[in-house]
Design a binder for this molecule. Structure first.
Ligand SMILES: O=C(O)CCC(=O)C(=O)O
Length: 416
């Protein structure tokens, strides 16, 4: 009798009470009226869901919410960091800047001495210039913008194959600057891929769109060649080119003295950027103010304006010139030139109507090299202004904090 009673209780529990207890512990099946503690758990869960949504990027956010009327909170900058439209704000970006235009044909022709003067002035005064007549065909440039746009148009599952937070990955798809560290996210998705040596990296590049590898490989080779041409001119404009050759014949190692040779084997990374239309462009940015880490960046932008550089304390918009490159001095060139040519803060605005695509080609010394001020540019009047640095310290720096402005470079400055 006693035995039957226990058995009844057990089966009653299993068949009747257990499912109820189970049901009460599944959050989605819980009754609508919750205790305050239960409500908090639910809110956190919702926040968690949104975070993972943001990690899919702004393209996805935009595509999934065609009706998106507002920028989600996660993208809203503090008022002081928003792109101002207010005339009274001293940081107001109402003007467009006509950047110096360097004609590459002049740099390699009989007008070289004059072109070198213009180049020196551009690097010294602006840290940016537009490069025209550079010999890379319009067709290659158009194809690169086009294939990058088509890459971002692929279904998320295809793009997501390249999502990683590993900064050393040969290819990396992501959003914002650092989606895990940025307190406020940028309205930008990116695809970064290493390019040199090409045979090592090409197999890692996307096989879709089908022409991606072909187009990007041609573009990578051409931009590398162009970078070498500009870099040679920049070394000459710094007055260290002849010495370079002399040192070479004397076989003297003078701290990056053979730098042009080292650039043959340079680190080369390409970044394709995608900025979808944004419902409230005055509250956010496509890219926060930053400088680039390498020697030079060759930026190709489509016809949609958005790039702004800081010039004389103001944000000014760079007008796209069809098929021109926007070239800018990076942190490594600032270090190498011992501060003569400075990397310049730049940022990207977004707009309500058009998406924008740009492709940045970043060039520096091989990843395992040390970058240091050229001894030729150090003397009593110009003491060494920067510590030696390398790519590892840069990666270590950016992967352990939210970086702002030029703070990596600032961390390398010596107080003379
Ligand atoms: O999209 C742009 O105009 C600028 C991109 C940029 O600054 C970068 O990729 O570092």
């Amino acid at each position: 009798m006693q035995y039957i009673h226990i058995e009844t209780l057990v089966s009653q529990f299993l068949y009747f009470y257990a499912p109820i207890l189970y049901y009460l512990h599944i959050p989605q099946l819980r009754p609508k009226r919750m205790s305050p503690a239960m409500a908090i758990i639910d809110e956190r869960k919702e926040e968690g869901t949104q975070e993972s949504q943001y990690h899919k990027g702004v393209k996805q956010l935009y595509d999934e919410n065609g009706h998106l009327q507002k920028v989600p909170k996660k993208y809203i900058l503090p008022a002081s960091e928003r792109p101002a439209t207010n005339m009274e704000d001293p940081n107001d970006a109402t003007q467009n800047l006509q950047l110096p235009i360097i004609d590459f044909a002049d740099l390699v022709g009989p007008n070289r001495p004059h072109a070198l003067q213009c180049l020196s002035n551009a690097c010294d005064k602006y840290g940016f210039f537009q490069l025209v007549n550079h010999c890379i065909s319009d067709d290659i440039l158009r194809s690169m913008i086009d294939v990058s746009g088509r890459f971002f148009d692929l279904p998320l599952e295809e793009r997501a194959k390249y999502m990683t937070t590993d900064m050393r990955a040969p290819v990396r798809y992501g959003t914002s600057f650092s989606q895990t560290k940025d307190t406020v996210l940028c309205w930008r998705d990116f695809f970064k891929f290493l390019c040199h040596p090409l045979p090592d990296y090409l197999p890692h590049w996307p096989a879709s769109p089908v022409d991606f590898r072909n187009v990007a490989a041609t573009y990578a080779e051409e931009t590398k060649c162009l970078f070498l041409g500009i870099m040679e001119a920049i070394l000459e404009s710094l007055g260290i080119m002849e010495d370079n050759q002399e040192d070479e014949t004397k076989g003297k190692d003078n701290g990056n003295s053979n730098i042009l040779k080292e650039f043959d084997n340079c680190s080369h990374m390409m970044v394709a950027n995608f900025y979808p239309p944004c419902p409230e462009p005055s509250l956010t940015l496509g890219m926060h103010p930053h400088s680039d880490y390498g020697f030079l960046t060759l930026l190709l932008q489509d016809e949609v304006e958005g790039l702004q550089i800081q010039f004389q304390g103001k944000w000014v918009t760079v007008q796209p010139i069809p098929n021109a490159f926007v070239v800018n001095v990076g942190d490594h060139l600032e270090i190498f030139s011992n501060g003569k040519y400075k990397s310049v803060l730049h940022r990207v605005l977004v707009n309500e109507v058009k998406s924008r695509v740009s492709v940045a080609s970043l060039h520096s010394l091989p990843f395992n090299c040390t970058v240091r001020p050229s001894p030729k540019l150090i003397d009593e009047e110009n003491p060494k202004r920067y510590m030696d640095t390398d790519f590892d310290s840069f990666l270590e720096y950016i992967s352990t904090r939210e970086t702002k402005n030029k703070d990596f470079l600032d961390s390398r400055k010596l107080t003379c």
